[in-house]
Design a protein around this ligand. Structure first.
Ligand code: ATP
Ligand code: MG
Length: 286
């Protein structure tokens, strides 16, 4: 390990993906975020690679949503750089930013559908904004996306207020996928869903990840979702990423937040499920 600059806490775990994955898709270096007197991030580094599902965990208010918003160019950090697809977001002009936006999709923590638009029009909106696609192409693409996320044609004309929580998540996901992104951001995708819906949503993300080869950046408090999906987990504490690596390695890191977050009762249960899945996978390989 390299020496850390004076006053900088050593990172307790820093593991890259095992396969050769090329340059990072998202590269955050020496980030600092300050609101008034409150410092949210300091000395934060985070690299995210093609094809992985990288989950960010941390206590409430540790700046996970702000970090996602910075990756989307919706907020500018106080210091440091956020590069996406190799380009520095804070230096990108409107045209570059628009081009980058066409390559990513975002599912916001609150769903964030336009309440005055139907499901169909919500999903069509990113395509219509491009002003380049004829309406019949948009129509086919919207119906395809709806089908991908398990919404029926009968849902197309519903208003967001008439949808259940699970359907809102699905419709928001369909919208996030509208422009066929390479990079998908998910903020608490399963929060507020009952366990069955949550499992179904996890299975949906898994199959989309497999079929479309997406890179996924996810924030979640939900341990089942976390263990089912993550290739790597980044732990946000003390204002920066204190550990990043595969779930089993992160769990071994001796830090109070990690102990409390993963190794409480619900953490141990989620871990048992993970172990069972690993055993099953090994048995099928044998
Ligand atoms: N625009 C802003 N102005 C001032 N403070 C802000 C702003 N946006 C976020 N904050 C503060 O930054 C901190 C991090 O907020 P953020 O929403 O990123 O937390 P989070 O980790 O996503 O929390 P949760 O798990 O509850 O969703 C909070 O203390 C929040 O109050
Ligand atoms: Mg948040």
């Amino acid at each position: 390990m390299t020496d850390n600059p004076p006053g900088r806490e050593p990172q307790r775990l820093n593991m890259r993906p095992q396969e050769d994955v090329g340059p990072p898709v998202v590269q955050i270096s020496d980030l600092r975020t300050q609101f008034g007197r409150t410092i949210v991030h300091q000395d934060l580094d985070l690299d995210i690679y093609k094809g992985e599902i990288l989950s960010i965990v941390g206590g409430s208010g540790t700046g996970k949503t702000v970090l996602l918003r910075q990756m989307l160019g919706l907020e500018t950090p106080t210091r440091g750089s956020v590069r996406v697809f190799g380009e520095d977001i804070s230096e990108a002009d409107a045209q570059q930013l628009q081009r980058m936006r066409n390559h990513w999709g975002m599912l916001f923590q609150q769903g964030a559908m336009y309440s005055a638009l139907t499901v169909f029009d919500n999903i069509a909106q990113p395509m219509r904004e491009l002003r380049a696609l004829p309406e019949d192409v948009i129509r086919d693409a919207v119906l395809l996306k709806m089908d991908m996320v398990g919404l029926g044609i009968g849902d197309a004309n519903k208003m967001p207020a008439d949808l259940s929580g699970g359907m809102i998540k699905r419709a928001s996901l369909a919208r996030a996928l509208a422009l066929e992104p390479q990079l998908l951001f998910l903020d608490e995708p399963t929060a507020g869903l009952d366990p069955d819906l949550s499992d179904a949503f996890v299975a949906l993300i898994q199959s989309l990840h497999r079929e479309l080869g997406l890179t996924v950046v996810m924030v979640t408090h939900d341990l089942d979702t976390l263990f089912a999906l993550s290739s790597r987990i980044a732990v946000l504490a003390e204002k920066h990423v204190i550990a990043i690596g595969p779930p089993h390695e992160v769990l071994k890191v001796d830090h109070p937040f990690i102990k409390q977050f993963f190794l409480g009762g619900r953490g141990l249960r989620a871990l048992e499920v993970l172990d069972e899945r690993c055993d099953e996978a090994n048995e099928t390989e044998d």
